[in-house]
Design a protein around this ligand. Structure first.
Ligand code: GAR
Length: 192
């Protein structure tokens, strides 16, 4: 069994979708969900799946001792689903090629510090883009610059407001993120 840790800072609709997808899976399961926000709705969503949760502070995460939060769950992969803190180097080294992030735009466009959630959709809207999309990538030391493992795009119309763009992007995320995680883990586990 491969154990996933999901880290999320907010609503957690992707975390829920991933938890549902793997709830009856033979070889992959969501073992725990962690958040840097004690009031994040993702912690509520975890309850229906009986997934254990924990919270930590921004400074906790900077120290390798933070690993003790998820040590009981024997984590193999970390999934960032709307997680807004920078992943520290110690964690990247410990989980090389085993941390997967989703970004709500077509990287390398609309990436980098400050580019998350609605900020991304607002910028896409302001630039009158004709399309946007999602990028699923491995996490390295630079924000949004790790190896891309999947992208999908969606057309935008002149009528689409930032909220409409957000909805289109969420639909793509729900459609693809769990299956991309599954494919990546299954092929990565064979390689390693
Ligand atoms: C998602 O759209 C995700 O791509 C984005 O935050 C949203 C979280 O929604 N992530 C980033 O912007 C990371 N840079 P959710 O909490 O409903 O899953």
């Amino acid at each position: 069994m491969k154990n996933l840790l999901i880290l999320a800072s907010g609503s957690g609709s992707n975390a829920e979708n991933i938890a549902r997808y793997f709830s009856k899976h033979k070889s992959i399961r969501v073992a725990a969900i962690g958040s840097n926000k004690t009031k994040a709705y993702v912690l509520e969503r975890a309850k229906q799946f009986q997934i254990p949760t924990f919270t930590f502070s921004n400074s906790d995460l900077r120290e390798p001792e933070a690993g003790s939060f998820w040590e009981p769950y024997e984590i193999d992969y970390i999934i960032l689903a709307g997680f807004l803190l920078k992943i520290p180097e110690w964690l990247i080294h410990k989980f090389t090629d085993r941390i997967i992030n989703i970004h709500p735009a077509l990287l390398p466009q609309y990436g980098g510090k400050g580019m998350y959630g609605m900020h991304v959709h607002q910028a896409v809207y302001d630039n009158r883009e004709k399309q946007s999309g999602i990028t699923i990538h491995l996490v390295n030391e630079q924000y949004d610059e790790g190896r891309i493992i999947f992208q999908a795009n969606t057309e935008l119309t002149a009528e689409d407001q930032p909220n409409d763009i957000a909805q289109k992007i969420h639909a793509l995320e729900y459609q693809y993120f769990p299956a991309v995680i599954e494919d990546y883990i299954q092929s990565h586990s064979i390689d390693s």
